[in-house]
Each structure stands twice: as structure tokens, then as C-alpha cells.
Ligand binder design. Structure first.
Ligand SMILES: C[S@@+](CC[C@H](N)C(=O)[O-])C[C@H]1O[C@@H](n2cnc3c(N)ncnc32)[C@H](O)[C@@H]1O
Length: 225
């Protein structure tokens, strides 16, 4: 387990506290639409932190080719139809480039700045000269509108219970996923990033914002340079 990260509930738990079985139950939202609208048809996508393939599978169905990377073998075992690579994103060096590199699920908010740098450098190392990097950022009130909860239409409750400062601008977030037959929790470290801080972090990795894809600024298309 990564330090500061923890998960509870049935089944395997990843080093960042995610539950494999929970992710097999979560349905996909608007992600495939946002991604498809921002990249060329049939693009070769490198998806970093793919989990069980919640987003991977709809992308494959839309005709993209996906290489899915995750440090959890138990997550990757559930991925169908994509090339899979197991290991930390920070260390990835495939010696090839992709039309699109995806870093979703707020991974760019990693508590450890060195991990964040590593993630963004991996994005930069694997994106083709004329390709793009798609990044999903947290919403602006993620750390302040707490506690909050949402009843998902598929019949479970997601609750962000607390966001406790642990120093150096990092919060420890505690989340619960309550289903009628099971409950999972995840505790993880997340660093809020203003737009300026986010853009500076991109710059350090040799990337820059091409455009914000959604009005809330959560999905970003970045390019080299
Ligand atoms: C919150 S889950 C999201 C999975 C998927 N993107 C989705 O939206 O369903 C995050 C995933 O990223 C993986 N992960 C997190 N940090 C990682 C890292 N530094 N290297 C490799 N995998 C990582 C975890 O193992 C987990 O499967």
C-alpha cells in the first residue's frame, strides 16, 4: 500500500486504496464522449491507471486501440480487448509514442509532488509530437464541499466523508461507497491544484494546455511544448 492510502471492503485492494470489485460495479459516465470528441477517430490511446477497464471498454467499442496501464494485476485481469501493462505509471518507458495519452481519475492530484512529476513526465514521454494528453482534474470544490454525498441512479451512495489537511498543502480524503450488500472505503492523499498550479506542473513536464474540454475545467487537452 502507498503511504497515506488505504482501502476496506470485499476483494482485492490496490496500492492506492481502490477496491477492484467496487470498480467492476461502477458504470461509465460521460468520459467516452468527452474523450472521443477531443481526439481523432481510431486513435491509439495509452490509458494510465485504467483500473478494470470501466472507460477502456467503451473506448474499444468506439474503435480506438487502447494500451491499459495499471499497477494492480487484479484490476488489469478484468480488462478485455486491450494490451495491458502492469506497473507504476511513474516508471513506464515503452519506447513508443501514442496519439493520445490519458491520465484520468484525478491522478494528477497525487499527494506526493515527485509522483505527480513522474506521472506527467510519463505522459510527455509517450505522446506523439502531434498527439495530445487528456487529463482529468478535480472539481473546484472537491476539498471544501465536505461532507457531501450523492445517490447514484444505479442504487448506491457515494459519500465524501472528510478532507483533512495533513500538511504541505495535501488533504487526506476519506470516501465511502455504500451498496445494499457491501460497503467499500478509500482513504487517499490529494493535493488541490489551482488552474495556475496545474498549468505550472504541466510546464515542468514539457506540456501545455491546448484547451479545457469541459466548462468546469475538469477535462483538459494538453500538448507538447
Ligand atoms: C480510482 S481508480 C480509477 C480506474 C479507472 N481510471 C476508472 O476510471 O475506472 C485508479 C486506478 O489507478 C491505479 N493507479 C493509481 N496510481 C497509480 C500509479 N502511480 N501507477 C499505476 N497505477 C496507478 C490504481 O491501481 C487504480 O486501478
Amino acid at each position: 500500500m502507498r503511504e497515506g492510502y488505504e482501502g476496506t471492503g470485499p476483494g482485492a485492494i490496490t496500492p492506492d486504496g481502490c477496491a477492484v470489485e467496487l470498480y467492476t460495479r461502477l458504470s461509465v459516465g460521460e468520459e467516452p464522449d468527452i474523450i472521443s470528441a477531443a481526439v481523432p477517430a481510431g486513435a491509439r490511446i495509452l490509458e494510465l491507471g485504467s483500473g478494470v477497464g470501466r472507460v477502456t471498454h467503451p473506448l474499444l467499442e468506439r474503435g480506438f486501440t487502447v494500451t491499459a496501464v495499471d499497477e494492480s494485476a487484479e484490476m488489469l485481469e478484468r480488462v478485455r480487448g486491450a494490451r495491458t501493462i502492469c506497473g507504476p505509471i511513474e516508471d513506464l518507458d515503452l519506447g513508443e509514442t501514442f496519439d493520445v495519452v490519458m491520465l484520468a481519475s484525478f491522478l494528477v492530484h497525487a499527494g506526493d509532488v515527485e509522483v505527480r512529476r513522474g506521472l506527467l513526465k510519463t505522459c510527455a514521454r509517450h505522446v506523439a509530437e502531434d498527439g495530445c494528453v487528456l487529463i482529468q482534474r478535480e472539481g473546484p470544490d472537491y476539498h471544501t464541499n465536505v461532507p457531501r454525498e450523492r445517490l447514484d441512479p444505479t442504487g448506491f451512495t457515494i459519500r465524501i466523508v472528510s478532507a483533512e489537511p495533513v500538511g504541505d498543502g495535501v488533504d487526506s480524503i476519506h470516501a465511502e461507497y455504500v451498496f445494499p450488500d457491501a460497503t467499500w472505503t478509500q482513504t487517499f492523499l490529494a493535493r488541490p491544484l489551482t488552474k495556475e498550479q496545474f498549468e505550472e506542473a504541466l510546464g515542468e513536464a514539457g506540456l501545455r494546455v491546448d484547451r479545457y474540454l469541459t466548462e468546469d475545467g475538469m477535462w483538459v487537452r494538453a500538448v507538447k511544448g
